[in-house]
Design a protein. Structure first.
Length: 91
């Protein structure tokens, strides 16, 4: 019985450590831009699939990949979560 209580206490410590820092969930200009571009691409890909147009479908898949690249570039440029361009400058 005491061993179970000890294990539970250790699990609670691990859980507390995991949730100690806020995750952020990608709430940044880089993430929003990436998602918006990919959303437009996925809607266009769905339309291309429905109308059976290979060029529209594959072009839209390329747009989704471009969305990933744009998000990554913006993150590297400092517009991601905790990025240098988003830190408060004291104004």
């Amino acid at each position: 019985m005491a061993n179970t209580a000890t294990n539970r206490a250790q699990q609670d410590e691990v859980t507390a450590d995991i949730h100690a820092e806020p995750v952020g969930h990608g709430n940044s200009p880089a993430a929003w831009t990436c998602v918006l571009i990919m959303l437009v691409g996925s809607i266009a890909a769905a339309v291309g699939f429905i109308i059976a147009s290979n060029p529209v479908f594959w072009g839209s898949v390329v747009v989704m990949l471009i969305g990933l690249v744009v998000g990554w570039v913006m993150k590297k440029a400092g517009y991601g979560v905790g990025g240098s361009k988003l830190k408060k400058s004291g104004h």
